[in-house]
Design a protein around this ligand. Structure first.
Ligand code: M6R
Length: 367
């Protein structure tokens, strides 16, 4: 059932190209230039009446929601807040009937996420669920349901569910932007064209797993490391850090690159590994200056860049890994893949039970 892979996690990482294709399938027009989401029952008038969006989820699904916030805000200019469900449900969030609440859950059974959904409905909000499991509690109780077609995810560490959630957010963001007229159809068609290249681009990333295995084996000798990034790179940094902690048990922190000098820089000392995500052209200069700050204190920096910027960034880092070139909006769907592989190989190098990390369950159905 592991189809020749040593672990479910590795199998699921390799299933991502298929998960991307399957999640897009049936959701594009015949000419591939626009998004159609038949599962969304909101009328154009209902979409126009959305005043704000709350995205609520736990763990990795929350990290997908952080990217979702940036996608929806960027494409529609509707204000979006992303919260962890265990905080949201107890902070008496301001939910009105004009709020669209998006809950994200691979399993559709996470207790806190389900409770947040119920709270949102009680306040009269419309709830849209992004989930991987048809018939799950979340899918039965939400008003609209987008199923991520990732297929069953067995490993505790979520991989293909996360990236399929990103695809769902891109499709949703484009759909809303089209309905609201905040983006023109030519621009939308260009993004969709780039999205359709993602599966092959993931395949090409996967073919470089040997390089990442070596990186992971040297990281596995450390007890602490940092991930840094800005914007969506920061969101992906948080997911990379969680993945690494969860299965390798190496302590790591993800920091918004610009926040370092407000405290965390004190922890940077000789030889400490820093993984810097630097895929957003408009933020290059800023992140590069943060990379210089950590390097000046002896950090060993691995830079993850969007294809084409190798020369520009290469001078400032110790090691470089380039993802295939894609639009800045879409880089999370590629840049997370090397981080998944680094976590996997670091866990392997440490002799851990990759698929069943200590203290954790696949689905958290109690508070
Ligand atoms: O099934 P869900 O998506 O609701 O699960 C949420 C989290 O428990 C889950 O993503 C967890 O963080 C993963 N083990 C991370 O890899």
């Amino acid at each position: 059932e592991k189809a020749g892979f040593e672990h479910f996690m590795l199998k699921e990482i390799y299933e991502q190209p298929k998960a991307y294709r399957d999640t897009m399938m049936g959701r594009l027009s015949d000419d591939g230039r626009s998004v159609q989401l038949k599962e969304i029952g909101m009328t154009p008038d209902q979409i126009k009446s959305i005043r704000n969006v709350h995205i609520v989820a736990c763990g990795t699904a929350y990290h997908a929601g952080l990217v979702g916030k940036s996608v929806i805000e960027n494409l529609t200019r509707i204000p979006v807040e992303t919260d962890v469900a265990s905080e949201y449900r107890y902070r008496s969030p301001i939910i009105t009937p004009e709020t669209l609440v998006i809950v994200v859950s691979q399993s559709g059974e996470t207790a806190d996420t389900l409770a947040a959904l119920r709270e949102a409905k009680r306040c009269g909000a419309r709830v849209l669920a992004i989930t991987n499991v048809v018939g799950s509690s979340v899918s039965r109780e939400a008003d609209d349901v987008m199923i991520t077609q990732a297929g069953p995810e067995i490993a505790v560490a979520s991989t293909k569910a996360y990236t399929s959630q990103l695809i769902a957010f891109y499709l949703l963001g484009l759909y809303l932007a089209d309905s609201l007229g905040t983006r023109d159809s030519e621009w939308i068609a260009e993004v969709l064209e780039a999205m359709q290249q993602l599966p092959e681009q993931v395949e090409s990333l996967l073919s470089q797993s040997n390089v990442l295995k070596q990186v992971a084996e040297s990281l596995a000798k450390h007890d602490n490391l940092f991930f840094i990034g800005r914007g969506t790179d920061f969101a992906v940094a948080q997911e990379g850090s969680l993945k690494l902690k969860e299965i390798s048990y190496i302590h790591s922190e993800a920091y918004a690159a610009g926040e370092l000098k407000h405290g965390t820089l004190a922890l940077i000392e000789e030889g400490i590994p820093v993984i810097a995500l630097i895929t957003q052209e408009d933020l290059y200069e800023k992140t590069l200056s943060n990379i210089k700050e950590v390097k000046a204190r002896g950090a060993h920096v691995l830079g993850i860049v969007n294809g084409g910027s190798e020369i520009e960034v290469g001078k400032s880092v110790d090691e470089l890994f380039a993802i295939p070139k894609t639009l800045p909006l879409l880089t999370p769907a590629l840049s997370v893949v090397p981080l998944q592989l680094i976590a996997y190989y670091a866990s392997l190098a440490r002799g851990n039970d990759v698929d069943k990390p200590r203290n954790l369950a696949k689905s958290v159905t109690v508070e």
